[in-house]
Design a binder for this molecule. Structure first.
Ligand SMILES: Cc1cc2nc3c(=O)[nH]c(=O)nc-3n(C[C@H](O)[C@H](O)[C@H](O)COP(=O)(O)O)c2cc1C
Length: 161
């Protein structure tokens, strides 16, 4: 009997622990993707790419053109680009949420993702991270806290290097 209990205990101990940290990110041109991969490695976390149903073309990303898709989206606070696949956030306690800075804040697709997962994100620790040309992350952090005050936001990370 003792032997059976011991064997069971060992079997239980050998089950690999589920990763409780998720790194979810959107990246239009690969910079935030590379930062997300570094973060996931550091924290032994699962990696999840937030992909738009319709990928962004170079023309869509032209911030000099006020009629480009990104300009139109960023000019409309209610815009919510459709996401390709939904995410199951329920297994995770801590979620890093990554994006490129667009016009000082997060791209609207991050709002789409947060809105889609809102009830399940309540009570979890959320850490924004971003890459940018030169901007800091403070404005994006303030925007996220103001727009989603019920979520538990921790200090953000700018991962340009
Ligand atoms: C539409 C658009 C708006 C941007 N706005 C800013 C900005 O306000 N400040 C900044 O420093 N960089 C800005 N950038 C540059 C990106 O934040 C930067 O290149 C980022 O690292 C790209 O990440 P990605 O390769 O993951 O898409 C902008 C880029 C685009 C396409």
């Amino acid at each position: 009997m003792k032997k059976i209990i011991l064997a069971l205990l060992c079997a239980v101990c050998m089950i690999p622990m589920e990763a409780k940290t998720l790194v979810a990110y959107f990246s239009a041109t690969g910079t935030t993707k590379a930062a997300a991969e570094r973060l996931a490695k550091q924290h032994d976390a699962r990696l999840w790419e937030i992909e738009p149903a319709e990928p962004y073309t170079a023309a869509d990303l032209d911030w000099r053109n006020d009629k480009s898709r990104s300009s139109l989206e960023m000019n409309d606070p209610e815009e919510r680009p459709t996401i390709k696949r939904c995410t199951d956030v329920t297994p995770y306690d801590t979620i890093y949420v990554g994006f490129p800075i667009w016009w000082g804040i997060c791209p609207r697709i991050i709002n789409s993702w947060l809105d889609n997962n809102l009830p399940q994100l309540e009570g979890k620790t959320l850490i924004p991270f971003a890459t940018s040309g030169s901007s800091g992350i403070a404005e994006a952090e303030a925007y996220l806290k103001k727009t989603y005050p019920s979520l538990r936001w921790k200090k953000g990370l700018l991962m340009n290097h």
